[in-house]
Design a protein around this ligand. Structure first.
Ligand code: 4EH
Length: 234
């Protein structure tokens, strides 16, 4: 099987490269794809650079050029719910683009004609993730993730995301990966470990916890890949 694992920032994939070890580097579209041979499978790891456009290109390259059959995102996010603490890991049930606004034409926020407000992640991959969490007695959270090309660091905007999109976490790449995978019919799942609370202290918290939270997500994704490959062999 060919699996693509995407992070947005270098820090989000460094732990994955450490975990998987030896890799080959292939450059395409401003990204370096780190290709790992692992248990008779190929894993393509890349960081896209920040934002929805970059992550959409990376997901597209993984699917159309490298022929990845599953896409996993691993990274960090701002938590919007009271019970989400730094280091908690969330899997997205569905994702939306909070910065899409063509309400001038009567469309609801986040809606693009011929598309939908929320894109659902793959139920089978999410079930595997939950089985992994159960096996390791790991408290994997689930929720709605809102993506947009903005780092959210104020309480009003945070409240707006909760009210308008019922969002549980916010980041800048998940929904665009979701759109690409959905349209190209490739199963995907999105893991995000909390680095901050998207409030006035978000920037400071992010700088402090980016590495440790990225590692929590990467470690879980490693177990996810092992389980996925095991099930593929059955
Ligand atoms: O890839 C971007 C990074 C922040 S921008 C989205 N990532 C981290 C997730 C994230 C996030 N997104 C929106 C974590 N907390 C978030 C938040 N709002 N509160 C960045 C950060 N550092 C240097 C350069 N760019």
């Amino acid at each position: 099987m060919k699996i693509g694992i995407i992070g947005a920032m270098r820090e989000e994939i460094i732990p994955l490269l450490e975990i998987f070890g030896k890799y080959e580097e292939i450059s395409l579209g401003g990204n370096i794809f780190y290709c790992v041979s692992y248990k008779d499978s190929e894993i393509y790891i890349a960081y896209s650079k920040i934002g929805k456009v970059h992550s959409a290109l990376t997901a597209s390259s993984m699917i159309l050029y490298f022929k990845c059959e599953k896409i996993i995102f691993s990274g960090v996010a701002g938590g919007l719910r009271q019970d989400l603490k730094v280091g908690d890991l969330m899997i997205a049930t569905k994702l939306c683009q909070h910065d899409v606004d063509i309400s001038a034409f009567g469309h609801p926020l986040g809606f693009i004609p011929e598309s939908k407000i929320y894109i659902q992640s793959d139920p089978k991959l999410n079930e595997i993730a939950k089985s992994v969490a159960k096996r390791y007695e790991f408290d994997l959270k689930e929720g709605i993730i809102a993506s947009g090309d903005q780092f959210i660091n104020n309480a009003e905007k945070k409240q707006w995301l909760i009210e308008k999109f019922n969002a549980d976490a916010v980041e800048m790449e998940g929904a665009s990966v979701a759109v690409v995978c959905d349209l190209l019919q490739v199963p995907f799942c999105i893991f995000r470990s909390i680095s901050d609370s998207a409030d006035g202290q978000a920037d400071v918290s992010f700088d402090e916890f980016l590495d440790s939270s990225a590692r929590i997500s990467a470690n879980f994704v490693k177990n996810m890949v092992d389980t996925l490959l095991q099930q593929d062999n059955l």
